[in-house]
Design a protein around this ligand. Structure first.
Ligand code: G2I
Length: 479
């Protein structure tokens, strides 16, 4: 029998900027889509963050301090994500290990990594029953409110202006929709949630304040209870701004009511975010399960795009080799968009394709942020179009590339990029274009949605390939 679809505690831990023109183009695409209700960004992008930004969303990941020492992982994270959640470093056991003694060193390292790569930060988490140092549960109940508020005030003040949002209260509910009888509840009853939100807002008035939980992705007893609480808090003027849907899924079990559930919270005037997605598979994962996982990621991204107040999606980590899943759910794994060799899986392609196609409501509250990927060098403009290739990721036996196609001094309506592989490379998956292959010759034509480019405008396509990373000479022609 499969384990229940929720995190168990404790788990085992394993474990500049895009050119100004690109940033403006993404922002303009989002604004244009908002103004005329268009569904599609005109120019598809080849990383999760660029594609998400073009839709007015972010795409995030969780990183731990240990991850920061892993160059492959951090390069990939910086290339693909524009939001970081610290995996453990801002939790109470890390930040106030003994009463009144605060340590923000590890959390600061995550913030500094994020800032230096143009990524924003979701603060996680201020009040949670888990990873709570033993001293807190030893405090007399009549002192818990002041201990909790002091913790929140000190931490949220330390990170004031540095975090986009806070998961102020984490995982407050039992599965049946009753509140957990943790030390905060015992001391203050349900009022601890309003008290926590007020303290956080006083310390950092610009941070978006969230309640975050798991198994609230669909409409069920737990999400119904949270919905009622959210209504009640808002009616009292409590500063609650968003609901975090953790989204720790089992493959094939993304709730069909996900979008409707997001929408009902959004209709209260709240933001919603997918905060910790992973999608675990009974091991060993076969190819149909990996395809289903892709369908699951696509479904979640599409739900977020369909709800204007869904501000973004964050995965809980980067690759299968550093995921919490195998340690907590023995027999399960392969829950992430990259495998343990950092190779993108079908879920990555599915998430990217969902961001680059389909329909969406423009985001109500998320603004694109700058991102750090290097601009490729371009060949002189003058012909119909030019194309440049760069390697964005590589692993044993394979690599991932991004090709930028740029129109010359006149608009193009359709483009074709060609090259010849130098060493037997083969494409395994390609997005934002259609390929035809003859021996070592590759021809990629535009997809239905990114063939028309204004003069000087660009589109990108991407692919994964087997073999050694290569940057062959490209030709570009417009039919
Ligand atoms: O459990 C998955 C996530 C569910 N939602 C809230 C998240 O905060 C939570 O994250 C996980 C971390 O990814 C794990 O790394 O929370 C776990 C525990 O609550 C974290 O595991 C803990 C281990 O249980 C400890 O033994 C270890 O000392 O990580 C600690 C730091 O490495």
């Amino acid at each position: 029998m499969k384990p229940p679809n929720h995190p168990k505690q404790p788990g085992r831990s394993r474990g500049r900027a895009r050119g100004l023109a690109g940033g403006l183009a993404a922002a303009l695409a989002a604004v244009t889509a908002a103004a005329v209700g268009l569904a599609m960004p005109a120019q598809a992008a080849s990383t999760l963050k660029a594609s998400a930004e073009a839709r007015g969303r972010y795409f995030g990941t969780a990183l731990t301090r240990g991850d920061l020492g892993n160059g492959t992982l951090t390069n990939l994270a910086a290339a693909e994500f524009d939001m970081v959640t610290p995996g453990n470093e801002m939790k109470w056991d890390a930040t106030e290990p003994s009463r009144g003694s605060f340590n923000f060193g590890s959390g600061d390292q995550i913030v500094s990594f994020a800032q230096s790569h143009g990524m924003r930060v979701r603060g996680h988490t201020l009040v949670w029953h888990a990873q709570l140092p033993a001293w807190v549960t030893g405090v007399q109940l009549n002192q818990i409110q002041s201990v909790m508020e002091n913790h929140i005030t000190t931490e949220a003040t330390h990170y004031k202006g540095k975090v986009y949002s806070w998961d102020v209260v984490n995982e407050p509910y039992n599965e049946d929709g009753t509140l957990r009888q943790d030390v905060f509840y015992k001391a203050m009853g349900a009022n601890y949630i309003a008290n926590a939100l007020r303290a956080a807002h006083a310390a950092d008035p610009n941070a978006k304040l969230y309640i975050n939980d798991y198994n609230i992705e669909g409409i069920n007893a737990k999400s119904n209870a949270l919905y009622s609480l959210a209504q009640s808090l808002l009616s009292q003027g409590v500063p609650l701004h968003g609901i975090g849907l953790e989204s720790h899924f089992v493959v094939g079990q993304v709730p069909s009511s996900l979008q409707a559930n997001m929408q009902r919270f959004a209709d209260l005037g709240l933001d919603v975010a997918v905060t910790e997605i992973d999608d675990r598979i009974p091991m060993p994962a076969d190819s149909s399960e990996l395809q289903q996982q892709g369908a699951d990621y696509g479904k979640v991204v599409n739900a977020c795009l369909a709800v204007s107040r869904c501000v973004g999606v964050s995965q809980w980590g980067v690759d299968d080799g550093h995921s919490w899943i195998p340690g907590t759910f023995p027999g399960y794994g392969a829950a992430m968009m990259w495998d343990s060799g950092y190779k993108p899986k079908p879920a990555y392609t599915a998430a990217l394709n969902a961001l680059n196609s389909g329909t969406s409501s423009p985001s109500a509250s998320s603004s694109p942020s700058s991102s750090p990927s290097a601009s490729p060098s371009r060949s002189p403009i003058g012909g119909a179009c030019s194309a440049t290739i760069k390697t964005v990721n590589s692993w044993g036996g394979g690599f991932q590339s991004e090709v930028t196609v740029q129109a010359g001094s006149a608009p193009v309506n359709g483009w074709t990029v060609k090259w010849t592989w130098p060493g037997g490379q083969t494409i395994s998956s390609l997005w934002n274009g259609t390929q035809s292959v003859s021996g070592s010759s590759v021809t990629v034509r535009n997809a239905s949605y990114n063939g028309s480019l204004a003069a000087g405008a660009s589109a990108t396509f991407g692919f994964t390939a087997n073999g050694s990373a290569a940057t062959p000479a490209l030709t570009c022609a417009s039919p």
